[in-house]
Design a protein around this ligand. Structure first.
Ligand code: SF4
Length: 318
């Protein structure tokens, strides 16, 4: 499903997800990616879906939510890959304006140096750009970018965008233990944030099973230390998202299986949340066993908790 949710988000409230990119089509292959390794690495923008298809998906979802009196805070482009690879992003944002709901795009910013990407992002109300590291070596190590990308172009693009963008610009920095959470690396990120002046600088840690099993989230102490450094050097308002908060508010319609597949394709869902939803709806847990048996979803253990994720390699339709 191209349009899914709403899913709860501390940053965006209840947001309807727009999945405008096919599975794992990205310009990065981040070591912490919760979708696994990127198998379709690309930097050339192209059409993946017709904008009308996305509009109609959104229309259906809004009707469904209205009939249940569910409110929505945002449409958020947070797909299975990098949203700005979609050449129709700007047109899709224009079409979604019809619903009078704010629009957010969460991007790794790797293509923001391109004028057409900047123009498309200008149309959104809220844009989040990733800045995991500013030194070239750490950037390559953590984000594993497409070979043609140049970090300096990306940073110049972010700075240029920040000067003219009228919406809310925030940054995301994912902290991985021993990779980008040491003082020298954080100080450079902080200096950069001091130039961009984001409304908020979010510090995150991997909270779902990452692409590389060997990586670990930064410790609480490192997170607090990083927040302090960034605050004092950049003056930015820093917020840490550790994922320890209880995730409430996932919206599941009567079609629990389809909803679980579309949400978990971009957002692995913890077992306890799935169980709670099944219980509320009086649905037997056998549906999960069946999805596992049919290879439609896979289960993962991460930090002692079980998660379900759509099996992106299985092309079978439900
Ligand atoms: S985390 Fe985002 S930017 Fe990184 S590989 Fe995954 S989809 Fe791409």
């Amino acid at each position: 499903m191209i349009v899914y949710g709403p899913v709860p988000s501390r940053r965006l409230g209840h947001s309807i997800g727009i999945n405008n990119i096919p599975p794992k089509t990205c310009s990065y292959s981040c070591i912490y990616c919760q979708l696994g390794r990127t198998d379709r690495m690309q930097v050339k923008r192209r059409e993946f879906y017709k904008p009308e298809e996305i509009f109609h998906g959104a229309e259906l979802k809004i009707k469904q939510l209205n009939s249940k009196n569910e409110h929505v805070d945002y449409f958020s482009f947070v797909p299975d890959g990098e949203p700005t690879l979609d050449i129709n992003l700007g047109t899709e944002i224009d079409l979604l304006r019809y619903f009078d709901i704010k629009i957010a795009v969460i991007t790794n910013a790797s293509l923001i140096w391109m004028d057409d990407v900047k123009e498309d992002l200008m149309k959104a109300d809220w844009v989040s750009v990733s800045i995991d590291a500013v030194d070239e070596d750490t950037w390559r190590k953590i984000d594993r970018p497409h070979g043609s990308l140049r970090q300096q172009d990306i940073f110049n693009g972010i700075i240029e965008f920040s000067k003219t963008y009228k919406g809310t610009l925030v940054t995301e920095t994912m902290l991985v233990d021993g990779v980008n959470d040491h003082d020298a690396c954080i100080k450079k990120v902080a200096e950069h944030l001091g130039v961009i002046h984001p409304k908020k600088a979010y510090l995150l840690v991997p909270t779902r099973p990452p692409a590389e099993n060997s990586i670990k989230r930064s410790s609480r102490e490192s997170l607090v230390n990083a927040a302090e450094i960034i605050r004092s050097i950049s003056g930015a308002h820093v917020e840490c998202i550790t994922g320890d908060e209880k995730e409430e508010g996932f919206f599941f319609s009567e079609d629990i299986v389809n909803d679980l597949l579309s949400i978990s394709s971009v957002h692995p869902v913890r077992e306890d949340i799935v169980n709670e939803i099944l219980e509320k709806r009086n649905v037997d847990k056998a549906v999960i066993d069946d999805l596992l048996k049919r290879d439609m979803i896979v289960e993962f253990l991460y930090e002692g908790k079980k998660f379900y994720r759509k099996n992106l390699k299985n092309k079978q339709k439900t």
